[in-house]
Design a binder for this molecule. Sequence first.
Ligand code: AMP
Length: 219
Amino acid sequence: MRIVLLGPPGAGKGSLASLLQKQLGVRHVSTGDIFRQEIARHSALGRRVHRYVTSGRLVPDRLVVAVMAARLNPAQIDRGIVLDGFPRTAGQAAGLDRVLKRRRRPLDGAVYLSVPMTVLVRRLTGRRVCPRCGANYHVRTMKPQRPGRCDRCAARLIIRNDDEPRTIRKRLRIDQAASRPLLAYYRRRGVLYRIKGAGPLDAVFERVHRVCRRHGWLG
Ligand code: AMP
C-alpha cells in the first residue's frame, strides 16, 4: 500500500508510521528524519535545510520534492510506503503524485490524524528523541526503560530544538495555514480519510488498519 499520514506536529504520525512499518512491512519514510540526519552529517543538503528546520519553518516545496523524488526508489514504491511529514503543502502533494504516476502506482489514501490542540501541545512539550537513531519517547506516556537513555542504542535523549514551547506554537500556526489547501487537494481527489488520533497508539493503529483492510490496500 502507498499512504501518506497527515496531521499537525504531535499528531503521532511518526510513532504510527513506525508501527505500520513493523506490523505491515511497509517502508516508513519521514522527511523530518531525513533532514535531521543530513543536518547531523553536515552534508550539502543538511546545510541548505538547517535554518528552516531549526526555526520550524517549512523547507521550500521544490527542494523537498526533489529530495523525495530521489529517495523514493521504484522498488520501495512497489513494496509499499507510508510517508510521514510529507507532503505538507498542496504543491508537494502534486509533486508526489507526479513521482508515483511515473511508476504507475497511485496513492491509495491520505490518512489525516485528528487530535485536539491541548493534546498536541502536551505531546510535543513532553517529547524526547534520540539524536543517534531517531527513536521517539515521551516523559509520561512513552518512557524509555532507563531514564534519559534510548532503548535501542543507549544514546542520551534530547529535546528537539523545535520542540521548545515558543517554536511549538509557531509550528502549529504554520501547519494550520499550510494544511488547509493540502486537505482540500486530497478531498478533491477522493482519497482523504479522517481518523481519531487521540488515545493510545495501538488504538490509533487499529483504526488505521481497519481503513486499510476495508479498502483493500494491503493487497
Ligand atoms: P517533522 O519532524 O516532520 O516535524 O519536521 C521537522 C521540520 O523539518 C519541519 O518543522 C520543517 O522545517 C522540516 N520539514 C519536514 N518535512 C517537511 C516538508 N514536507 N516540507 C517542508 N519542510 C519540512
